[in-house]
Write a protein that binds this ligand. Structure first.
Ligand code: CTP
Ligand code: MG
Length: 224
């Protein structure tokens, strides 16, 4: 099935600790956001890209998107990721499947995109996730209060794929009431069901400086 994708790219990248939006940092001489856009540009099922950006960075992003053939519209993001996504969703008309994908995840594969789209066609809401590898502790003031059984834990990734009307409705409803770090959590908050599709471990989110090294290694493995 075809889809449109909202890509939040309006963050500050605080944990990366660089002097600018981390999506401007380069992997193999190409900005992170360009690697992300390349994947959707290469996918014939992707009809349109809505990129939520910080208006202060509009000039930079405008020059980046100029080289793509896929229709890319820039919208102003907000102070929180959730607000940036909402602005992107509001820019979309009609119906169909919408993907929401972090600009900071440049290593997503086309196969994983298609798997999560297919799940959303059937179930209206689906996300990519991978089994967590570490044992997770709940902590209180530097001491462990609980060990969470790992067999029930997965790490959520993007893209997350939804029926457009459904996700726009919950985003509008949640706007003043609930703040989540991903979009599936808004569906959960509203009492809806979200299907899990197994993703791949390479689909990391570029978050801290170490991720730049992991990213270079992934590109090397792929022969790029
Ligand atoms: N994002 C956004 N608008 C915001 C915050 C985040 O569009 N107000 C985007 C980021 O640009 C990123 C994605 O959401 O592509 C995932 O967020 P995250 O990895 O947390 O990026 P940042 O918020 O930029 O980083 P940090 O939390 O370390 O400041
Ligand atoms: Mg953030």
């Amino acid at each position: 099935a075809t889809y449109r994708v909202v890509i939040p790219a309006a963050g500050a990248g605080k944990r990366m600790g660089a002097d600018r939006n981390k999506l401007m940092l380069e992997l193999r001489d190409r900005p992170i956001i360009a690697w992300t856009l390349d994947v959707f540009e290469a996918d014939p099922a992707c009809m349109e890209i809505i990129l939520a950006i910080n208006p202060l960075e509009q000039e930079w992003f405008t020059s980046i998107v100029a080289s793509y053939k896929t229709s890319i519209r820039l919208v102003a993001g907000g102070a929180e990721r959730q607000e940036s996504v909402l602005r992107g969703l509001e820019a979309l008309e009609g119906e169909g499947i919408v993907l929401i994908h972090d600009g900071a995840r440049p290593f997503i594969s086309q196969a994983a995109i298609h798997a999560v789209v297919q799940a959303a066609v059937l179930d209206k809401a689906a996300i990519l996730a991978v089994p967590i590898k570490d044992t997770v502790k709940r902590i209180e003031a530097n001491h462990i209060s609980e060990t969470v059984p790992r067999e029930h834990l997965m790490a959520a990734q993007t893209p997350q794929a939804f029926d457009l009307a459904t996700i726009r409705m919950v985003h509008e409803k949640a706007a003043t009431k609930y703040l989540g770090t991903d979009d599936a959590s808004l569906i959960e908050w509203d009492g809806g069901k979200v299907t899990i599709v197994h993703g791949h471990y390479e689909n990391i989110k570029m978050t801290t400086p170490d991720d730049l090294w992991f990213g270079e290694a992934i590109l090397m493995k792929r022969g790029k």
